[in-house]
Design a protein around this ligand. Sequence first.
Ligand SMILES: Cc1cc2nc3c(=O)[nH]c(=O)nc-3n(C[C@H](O)[C@H](O)[C@H](O)COP(=O)(O)O)c2cc1C
Length: 205
Amino acid sequence: MSHTLLVTSSPRGTDSLSTRFATEIAEGIQTRSGGPLTVRDLTANPPPHITPAYIQGRITSPEDRTPEQVAAVKVAQDLVDELKLADVIVLGSGMINFGPSSQLKAWFDHVTWPRVTFGYGDTGPKGLLTGKKVYLVTASGGVFSEGAWAPFDFQTNYLLHLLGFIGLTNVEVVRVEGTVLGPDAVKVAIANAETAIKALLATAA
Ligand SMILES: Cc1cc2nc3c(=O)[nH]c(=O)nc-3n(C[C@H](O)[C@H](O)[C@H](O)COP(=O)(O)O)c2cc1C
């Protein structure tokens, strides 16, 4: 029985394909494992931008924190606790101006936390959230997995780097690409995602 955490972040609401397919994966895994599913909707409840209270609060011992710092650090602590509890994390991201949405960036700004989710080893930074499986669904208007636009994919590659930095290295990616290239391209993108999800759910724990 595994605990699944679904994190969605597209600002496109019910039109979002990353939310749709990430939800499909998370619910599929939950059905198979029989474990709990926690949903973190970063669009409905966006984490705030990080502030001086958060930066200072993180490096201040709990008993010395101001009320503002306590509140700011609690936001991050709750998000980190949710991540730590999960065995499987399903992350949905829709491309906004070549990168992830600012909601998802704000989430990473909270969960990327020295000595909590990554440490400094002898050979450099070391991710601490190990032993978890991640499914990353990235949607984009254009095609970035290959071709002329590939160098401008600051979404999938960036998210893989951030996940790996905090120790989440076992990541399976589902790309939903070309979603603004017309109805035929959308049909192909959806069909490809459905095929990929069917295959990954067949082998998921
Ligand atoms: C404000 C905004 C900015 C966008 N910027 C880009 C972009 O830079 N490159 C791109 O290929 N598509 C861009 N798109 C298209 C989205 O990536 C596309 O609609 C994708 O399907 C969004 O993910 P979602 O379906 O999960 O919402 C943008 C869409 C919006 C609404």
